[in-house]
Design a protein around this ligand. Structure first.
Ligand code: ZN
Length: 210
C-alpha cells in the first residue's frame, strides 16, 4: 500500500516554501507493457514530482535540494519560461519537470524518462491526447539518446523495447516492428515477441505484462 506524509519544501529558484505530499512507501503487482507499474492503493506516480506554485520549477525531491544556475533562475523567475500553471495533473507536472530539466541541460535519456512518466499519468487521468503527446516526446528523446550513445549498456535492451512498444501504442507499426525485432536479450525476448505480434496485427491497445 502507498503511504504518504506532508512535508514542506523550498523552491531552489525563487525560495518559495510550500507543502507537498511525499511518498513514504509503495508497492506494485504487475506492470503494463510500457513498464508502468500497477501500484497497490493510491497511485504514487503524481506525488514523486513537485511543482513550485510561484515559478513552476518542477522536479523530483532531489532536484529541490540541488542549487540552480543563475541562467535557470532567470528563465524561470524573470522570463516566466514555464508560463502559468494550467493544471495540477501529474502528467502536466512531469511535463514541466522535463522542460525544466531540458533548460538545466539534462540529457535526452533523463528527459525521455520524465515524458514516459507523464504518459503513464495521463493514461490514469483518462487524457488520451496528453498520453499520446507524451509518448511521442518520449520516443523522440529515447531514439536520440540511443543514437548518441547515451544509454548505458545494461539499459539498452529496455530502451530499445520501449521505443518499439511506445511506437506500437502510437500506431506507428513500422517503427514499432523495427525496434521490437531488435530485442534479442533472453530476459526481454518473449515480451518483445508478443508485442511484435501485436504491432504486426496493427493493434495499438494498452496491454498488460503476461
Ligand atoms: Zn519557485
Amino acid at each position: 500500500m502507498t503511504t504518504i506524509r506532508e512535508q514542506t519544501i523550498t523552491c531552489p529558484a525563487c525560495a518559495t516554501s510550500f507543502k507537498v505530499h511525499v511518498v513514504g512507501s509503495c508497492g506494485y503487482a504487475g506492470k503494463d507493457t510500457d513498464l508502468r507499474p500497477q501500484y497497490w492503493g493510491l497511485d504514487p506516480l503524481p506525488l514523486f514530482v513537485h511543482t513550485c506554485p510561484r515559478c513552476l520549477f518542477s522536479g523530483y525531491g532531489a532536484h529541490f535540494e540541488a542549487p540552480v544556475s543563475d541562467e535557470l533562475r532567470q528563465w524561470l523567475v524573470e522570463e516566466r519560461g514555464l508560463g502559468r500553471l494550467q493544471s495540477d495533473a501529474g502528467s502536466r507536472r512531469y511535463t514541466l519537470a522535463a522542460r525544466c530539466r531540458e533548460q538545466a541541460g539534462d540529457d535526452n535519456l533523463a528527459l525521455a524518462d520524465l515524458y514516459l512518466r507523464a504518459s503513464w499519468c495521463a493514461r490514469v487521468e483518462g487524457d488520451a491526447a496528453m498520453e499520446r503527446l507524451s509518448q511521442r516526446r518520449a520516443v523522440e528523446r529515447f531514439q536520440r539518446a540511443l543514437e548518441a550513445g547515451l544509454v548505458p549498456p545494461d539499459e539498452q535492451t529496455a530502451i530499445t523495447y520501449l521505443v518499439g512498444e511506445l511506437s506500437r501504442r502510437l500506431g506507428d507499426f513500422e517503427l514499432a516492428t523495427s525496434y521490437l525485432a531488435r530485442v534479442v536479450d533472453i530476459d526481454w525476448a518473449d515480451l518483445a515477441g508478443r508485442q511484435l505480434d501485436l504491432a504486426r496485427q496493427a493493434n495499438d491497445e494498452n496491454a498488460l505484462m503476461p
